[in-house]
Design a protein around this ligand. Structure first.
Ligand SMILES: Cc1ncc(COP(=O)(O)O)c(C=O)c1O
Length: 441
């Protein structure tokens, strides 16, 4: 057995881990070796309850038979085929299935391999759309503070998490940002959508006045910011944003990488929140996290704008693995599982229970806010003086020791269990978190 085969000493490991303190982790690794349903198991066989669906993606729970079998079948039948100037049936089939659950009018699907690629594809489609219609002067992109849109250059440029931006130069030109909507002075401990803050959408009018709206191509927001700390849109906010975009001919892009595929109790967040974008980016739950894949959904009018003029390649964009057969198979298996088990409806029916359970932690030590919508939620802790983020990280470690997998961002703990979660497991998640918070200094 080679020195590292038992994974007890990873200090010299070749794996440069993403979004991880490598030195800290490799001194005290937390490994997951097996998964099924609501659980992971560590290499030593310790069971871990998954309170964050892996990384917001395993919405149907782990290793679901339909998905596993679909991938196995497809791998044996056809491993790869190109989608540039060629096609394969399963990619067309999966696109149709996706269009069936999309909001009315979103019949066209562009495949990518990740959330970051979906975001960059959506931004490029927005720019190319305006150009195709003779409005090439619309080059500006508007994001929002605390937004997370993945890690590619487009995504970090419109994103609003400074750690993800500051070391990578100026990014895409012509980008500006709306203010974020997080306001715990007025909205702390809101259940669902907070009451205050619709007027923050008027920031877009300020940016229109500053830049001239005819130069703005698109605004991109997460319907609910996930990685920024589960920031639920104030009541009326998205409606206002939609109205202003429509008034000025600006495309509204939703980043539904987290809110897609049932997280908010509907196929997509826009259907739950009642405000439609013009195009939206997805990934994660699309294949239940089993094979990397993403997609951009566009309104028919956007697709049509590209289908004018002489025939030829309409959009010079795409990835080798766009519509990868294994990913399509996994995606069809995931949609079958979601549908047969009614998991989106299940998420909706559990929401009140979830809300009560997470809000029962109000009053615990250091808790300054609790937020929820659908089957997602966050507990924000006051930062430790002089050591911001340390309470969040320690809570993650202690929860893991207590057998619960959670996420944290700064000092905010985030939760998004698979939609198969049982009520008793919801109790267990928040009882464990309560004990961890009581012991946290
Ligand atoms: C809203 C949002 N957009 C984009 C991404 C990036 O997705 P990926 O990590 O698959 O590139 C994420 C990932 O967490 C996300 O939450």
């Amino acid at each position: 057995m080679n020195k590292r085969a038992d994974f007890t000493d990873l200090q010299e490991s070749a794996f440069w881990m993403p979004f991880t303190s490598n030195r800290q982790f490799k001194k005290a690794p937390r490994l997951l070796a097996r998964a099924e349903g609501m659980h992971y198991w560590t290499p030593e066989g310790r069971q871990i309850l998954d309170a964050c669906a892996g990384l917001w993606c395993v919405n149907a729970g782990h290793c679901r038979p339909k998905i596993v079998e679909a991938i196995q079948r497809q791998a044996a039948e056809m491993d790869f085929a190109p989608t540039f100037q060629m096609g394969h049936p399963i990619a067309f089939e999966f696109a149709e299935r996706l269009a069936e659950i999309a909001p009315e009018g979103f019949k066209r699907v562009f495949f990518t391999n990740s959330g970051s690629e979906s975001v960059d594809s959506a931004l490029k489609i927005a720019l190319a759309y305006h150009r195709a219609r003779g409005e090439a002067q619309r080059f500006r992109l508007i994001g929002r503070e605390r937004g997370y849109h993945g890690v590619n250059f487009g995504g970090i440029s419109v994103g609003g998490l400074s750690h993800n931006r500051k070391t990578f130069g100026p990014g895409v030109a012509g980008v500006d940002h709306l203010r974020h909507t997080h306001d715990i002075t007025r909205n702390a401990f809101s259940h669902g959508q907070p009451v205050h803050g619709a007027e923050l959408a008027d920031e877009l009018e300020r940016l229109c006045a500053l830049h001239d709206p005819s130069t703005i191509a698109a605004v991109i927001v997460e319907p609910v910011s996930g990685s920024g700390g589960v920031l639920v849109p104030p009541q009326g906010y998205l409606q206002r944003l939609r109205e202003i975009c429509t008034k000025h001919g600006i495309l509204l892009i939703y980043d539904e990488v987290i809110t897609g595929f049932g997280r908010l109790g509907k196929p997509f967040g826009s259907q739950r929140l009642g405000v439609l974008p013009d195009l939206f980016a997805t990934a994660k739950g699309m294949t239940n996290g089993a094979v990397p894949m993403g997609a951009v959904f566009v309104r028919e009018s956007i697709y049509e704008a590209f289908m004018q003029g002489p025939e030829g390649i309409e959009l010079f964009h795409g990835y080798t693995y766009s519509g990868h057969p294994l990913a399509c198979a996994a995606g069809i298996g995931a949609l079958d599982t979601y549908e047969e088990e009614g998991l989106f409806e299940r998420a909706a029916s559990l929401e009140t229970h979830w809300e009560q359970a997470i809000h029962s932690l109000k009053g615990e030590r250091n808790v300054v806010d609790i937020r929820n919508i659908g089957l997602m939620g966050a507990i924000e802790l006051a930062p430790k003086p002089g050591a911001p983020g340390s309470r969040g990280y320690t809570a993650l470690v202690k929860c893991f020791e207590a057998g619960i997998l959670i996420r944290y961002t700064g000092d905010t703990l985030a939760f998004s269990p698979p939609l198969i979660v049982e009520k008793a497991q919801i109790e267990r998640i928040f009882d464990s978190v309560r004990k961890v918070l009581q012991a946290l200094d």
